[in-house]
Write a protein that binds this ligand. Structure first.
Ligand code: GTP
Length: 416
C-alpha cells in the first residue's frame, strides 16, 4: 500500500491539533480508551464539545517524554493509503522542523484561519515548502463555521493565496474549506457548504497522485549496508542493501559503483517480499552483482550511462538549526545519503529573508532558523545531484563532531 508523508503548517491557534485529532477520530484511527479520556477531559473543562486538540496534544506529550524531538511522527491508515504526519507544536519555530522532514514529505498542509486570511506565517511556511520543493500543498481554510460557511470568505482567501503563491514554485496547490472543530470536509463531506464541489481533506489525501513525486529517471542507490549471511546455505550471497534514491533498477542492468568507478551488472534484486525483476524509488532492496567488486556503506550504485556529479565543492542552501551559529573554520560531519565525510563552510554567500524573499549579503551572522546560502568544501568527494533533480541525493545534513548534534540541513544547488 502506498505511503504518503505530510507536514502540517499553521500559526498558533489556527487549529492544527484539532485538525489532526479530527482526522484520526473520524477515520477511526485511535483507540476507544483514548477517545474516552479526551471526552472526560473535555467535560472536566466544561466544554460542550469534545476537544479533539487534547487528543493530539496528549499524544504529543506522550511522544516527547524523555526525548527531545520537536517533530512527533503520527501514523494512520485507511483502506486506501498509509499516512505519516510530521507534527510540530505551533509555538516552536517552524523552519527547522519543516526542513527536517522535507526530503521525504510528499505534501504540506497549510492551515489558514478563515477569519484572518493569509498572514505572514502562511507566507513564510509556503515559501519554505516551495524552497524545499514539497510537491503538493493543500491549503485548508479552517474555522469556516466562524464565517457562516461563506463562499465569498473562502474565495477571497483562495484569491489572496493564489496571488502570493504565483511568486513561488509549487507544482500543485489545492484549497479546501473546512471546520476542524465541527468536522466539515475533514473526513466527511460538509452539509454546510453545498457550494464546495471538491473532495474532503481525507479523500484528497487518499487520492492525490504521488507516483511522480519521485525521480524515476536517474538510477541512484546509496548503499547502507552489505549483507553477508553467516548461514552456510547462503555463503555465496553478498547483497548491497539500502533504499533506492532515484530511478529504476532492473536485473541485467549495467551499473557503476561510485566512487571506485568499477562496473558490473545486476544479478538479482531482493525485497522483503522476495525477489523482483525491477525496483524503483523509494523501495528498500538488496542488490547482488555478477562480479565480486569492493563496495561498502556510503558507496553509490548508479546506472552506467547516467552518473551523479562527483565533487568536493558544494553550493548549499542551508537551514541552521542550533542556537549557536557556526564557528569560523569549524569542521563538520557532512552526512549525504549513507555517506559521511568531513567538511567546512568556506563562505556565507547570502542570507535569505524568508519574509521578503530577499537575499541579504551584508549579514554574516547565522542564527537558528536562518536560511543561508553557503559554499562548502569536503575532505572527500560526494556523489551529488541538484536538489531540484533529486531531493535525496541533493540534500545533506551537517553534524557537530563533538556533540553529535545535527546543526543544519541543506539542499544542493548547481547554479548561481
Ligand atoms: N470554531 C472553530 N474553532 C476551532 C476550529 N479548529 C480549531 N478551533 C479552535 O481553535 C483553538 C486552537 O486550536 P488548536 O487545535 O489547539 O490549534 P493550534 O494552536 O494550531 O495547535 P498547536 O498545534 O497545538 O499549535 C482551539 O480553541 C480550537 O477549539 C474550527 O474549525 N472552528
Amino acid at each position: 500500500m502506498e505511503l504518503l508523508r505530510f507536514t502540517t503548517a499553521g500559526s498558533v491557534d489556527d487549529g492544527k491539533s484539532t485538525l489532526i485529532g479530527r482526522l484520526l477520530y473520524d477515520s477511526k484511527s485511535i483507540f476507544e480508551d483514548q477517545i474516552e479520556a479526551v471526552k472526560k477531559s473535555s467535560e472536566r473543562k466544561g466544554l460542550q464539545h469534545v476537544d479533539l486538540s487534547l487528543l493530539t496534544d496528549g499524544l504529543r506529550s506522550e511522544r516527547e517524554q524523555g526525548i527531545t524531538i520537536d517533530v512527533a511522527y503520527r501514523y494512520f491508515a485507511t483502506p486506501k493509503r498509509k499516512f505519516i504526519i510530521a507534527d510540530t507544536p505551533g509555538h516552536i519555530q517552524y523552519t527547522r522542523n519543516m526542513v527536517t522532514g522535507a526530503s521525504t514529505a510528499n505534501l504540506a498542509l497549510v492551515l489558514i484561519d478563515a477569519r484572518h486570511g493569509v498572514i505572514e506565517q502562511t507566507c513564510r511556511h509556503s515559501f519554505i515548502a516551495s524552497l524545499l520543493q514539497i510537491p503538493h500543498i493543500i491549503v485548508c481554510i479552517n474555522k469556516m463555521d466562524l464565517v457562516d460557511y461563506s463562499e465569498d470568505a473562502f474565495n477571497r482567501i483562495v484569491e489572496q493565496y493564489h496571488e502570493f503563491a504565483s511568486k513561488l514554485s509549487i507544482k500543485d496547490i489545492r484549497y479546501i474549506p473546512i471546520s476542524a472543530l465541527k468536522g466539515d470536509n475533514v473526513v466527511n463531506e460538509s452539509e454546510h457548504m453545498p457550494w464546495y464541489k471538491g473532495s474532503s481533506l481525507l479523500e484528497t489525501l487518499e487520492t492525490i497522485h504521488i507516483g511522480s513525486d519521485y525521480n524515476h529517471n536517474d538510477a541512484r542507490f546509496p548503499v547502507q549496508t552489505v549483507i553477508r549471511p553467516h548461514d552456510t546455505k547462503y555463503h555465496d550471497y553478498r547483497g548491497y542493501a539500502g533504499r533506492i534514491a532515484g530511478g529504476i533498477f532492473k536485473t541485467g542492468d549495467n551499473i557503476v559503483a561510485l566512487p571506485s568507478g568499477q562496473t558490473s551488472r545486476i544479478k538479482s534484486i531482493d525485497t522483503f517480499n522476495g525477489p523482483v525483476a525491477e525496483a524503483f524509488a523509494p523501495m528498500s532492496v538488496s542488490i547482488t552483482l555478477e562480479d565480486d567488486i569492493d563496495i561498502g556503506r556510503g558507496d553509490m550504485i548508479v546506472a552506467e550511462d547516467n552518473e551523479p556529479t562527483e565533487t568536493q565543492d558544494l553550493d548549499v542552501m542551508l537551514c541552521w538549526m542550533r542556537t549557536k551559529g557556526p564557528r569560523p573554520g569549524a569542521k563538520y560531519f557532512i552526512k549525504h545519503t549513507s555517506r559521511e565525510v568531513m567538511g567546512i563552510i568556506k563562505e556565507v554567500v547570502y542570507k535569505l529573508d524568508i519574509n521578503t524573499m530577499e537575499k541579504v549579503t551584508d549579514d554574516q551572522n547565522i542564527k537558528m532558523n536562518d536560511m543561508v546560502r553557503v559554499k562548502i568544501r569536503t575532505v572527500q568527494p560526494l556523489m551529488v545531484d541538484e536538489y531540484s533533480k533529486n531531493r535525496v541525493t541533493g540534500s545533506l545534513i551537517l553534524i557537530d563532531d563533538t556533540t553529535n548534534e545535527t546543526v543544519a540541513a541543506g539542499t544542493i544547488q548547481f547554479n548561481g
